[in-house]
Design a protein around this ligand. Sequence first.
Ligand code: 3H9
Length: 698
Amino acid sequence: MSDSNQINEVISTEHSGDVALVCIDNPPVNATGHAVREGLEIAFAGLIADASVKVIALYCAGRTFVAGADIREFGKPAKAPGLSSVLNVIEQSPTPVISIIHGTALGGGLELALATHARVAIEGAKIGLPEVLLGLLPGAGGTQRLPRLSGLAFALDVILSGRQVPVQEALEKGAVDRVVAGEPRMVALAAAQQVLDGTLATRRTVDLSAEYDRAVIDATLAGVKKKNPHLISPVKCVEAVAACNLPLAEGLAVERQCFMDCMQTPQRGGLIHAFFGERAVSNIPEAKGETRPLDRIGVIGGGTMGSGISTACLSAGFPVRLIEVKEDALARGVATITKNLDGAVSRGKMTSEARDAALARLEPSLAMEDLADVDLVIEAVFEKMEIKQEIFGKLDTICKPGAILASNTSYLDINAIAEMTSRPQDVLGLHFFSPAHVMRLLEIVQGAKTAPDALATGFLLAKKLKKVGVLAQVCDGFIGNRILGHYSKVISYLVLDGASPQQVDNALEGFGLAMGPHKVGDLAGLDIGYMTRQRKKEEGLDPNERYGGAVADRICEQGWYGRKTGKGYYLYESGAPVPNPEVAGFIDEVRAADGITPQSFTDQDIIDRYMTAMISEAARVVEDGTAKRPVDVDMVFLFGYGFPRFRGGPLHYADMIGATELVRRIEAYAKTDPNYWQVPEILRKMAADGTTFADLNQ
Ligand code: 3H9
């Protein structure tokens, strides 16, 4: 006989003989929001006081055990009871309490399980403490209880990596006590019975002590500071774990302080914006509609992009037909794909069996007619409108009705490409970022006539490739490259006006960029930009626009294209980049020719100008609808351009500066270059009415 009691909308209890069950049912991921905490507090108070209850088993309904605290509550006023105090009540319960883990026990969820007296996991479950990925640390006992159960080294690894630990490993390390098959409620009843008959032991972490090795902690701290020089939370994680040799209550107090320190940082805001932003980009009607069949993919072009796209599609399980015009180009494409897949095997991302299976799905061909039965074609040939138009004209005659015809163009007008077909509703842009099998961004470009189901299939592809698909409208460069095209000019203006290339690089690396823009230029090859500038010069430059390319032109005229020639902005003879002393001479010459008196810039001036330029164009991209919302711009930059994740993205960062200050800055900069520095209308309006980009994400 069992009777059940609904404590509140998310917590219920049930009695079965000597056993009481507590169930959390708070979809989608059973996060410990206020109702869960309050319900648990009430439920446990009642059950602990009930002398007829000899064991309490806690489990969750739905797809997973508790996946953490409710992140949406962070930054809002805290509502009692706090998770930690609920967990202390559970841990101190004189009646044994056990937890049943299925799905993922993450963050506050794992901390809840650690506060119970034994953990039974269901096969396939995973545990983890991913708070560090959100700029936080486990703030409800994880830094104190995990080292007590599983040792210092394992706890540091789990807390600092944020990784999801497979259940078998968790069992070996003592973080869970048993792994069984079954459904949570039935497992809860069986495990509770085992506690009663003495075959499942229970214990409290408060009664355990953690093994302690100061040298391990110091070495970990040094490693963390070196690996993540910008990030605050990894340091705070180590600081909190370092308190695990204290009595539990004191250790918990240290952890609390570290957690609150992290809560106050803008990094927490930036990383949580990134977490929700990654999900928000596909949480739009355009991504959710009916999709078309997507089983077989054709890729045209075996160059770097085509091979990378093919690699991504093959790795996701798609059969791919790769088309090239010449035998040797096709062979090069197949070789690149093989190399990409081999790389995945050697990095441990793929088994060699999976690599062999992926290669078996690749069908290289010299005949475009072989695309007759594919569901989606991705064209990735040379960036020239005439070539692309010719290809789409041919595809129109070859492909089956309803097949989606996509271009991987980075800049060109999708509508002009679609016009070459009798089916513009089937045409869209799928803009991958190099290396396409690694970079997670996919801009999904909607043409004027793209059909809703073709667009939704673009998002389906992104999901299958585990990429972050972002909707963009047609314009020169779409979201990312258009903004890049604008702010990269300010980099050269800064150098012309007085900064050195390495000062610019150092300042922006200090801001969080993995590599400064001049080092990136050297890596990518300075000749690409040089050729583009030459072409634009031939077409005729805008007379109102300040020309920023003169220094780079001088460097390229020496035959120095960066790393591949051993010289560029930097010298690479000894491996690590050393500033190229001759570049300073070119800069002086250009300044003299242009009559520029160099001024001095602080690192902050450099960051401010760079970010204000990026934000200005990003604002215009939102204003004219190229991006649907500010969050879409932010995710483009996080997943495609190496923008520091902890800063959330350019428009999240803009909100921290505020529209009023941004307008003031642009107006001040405009005094010397009114053509480049113009206040976007949307920013002026936001400054006037006190709104933010975040308001536009609602
Ligand atoms: C913490 O615990 C702090 C404590 O140490 C201290 C407290 C004092 N809160 O990812 P999905 C939403 S910090 C609120 O698409 P999946 C998510 O936004 C937390 N909402 O599913 C989405 O909503 P929508 C530590 C959350 O199956 C929906 O759930 N925990 C939370 O691919 C489905 O999510 C973490 O960092 C949350 N905590 O992956 C875990 N989590 O449908 C974060 C998810 O409206 N979560 N949502 O778009 C995850 O890693 C994944 O969501 C998970 C499921 C693996 C659980």
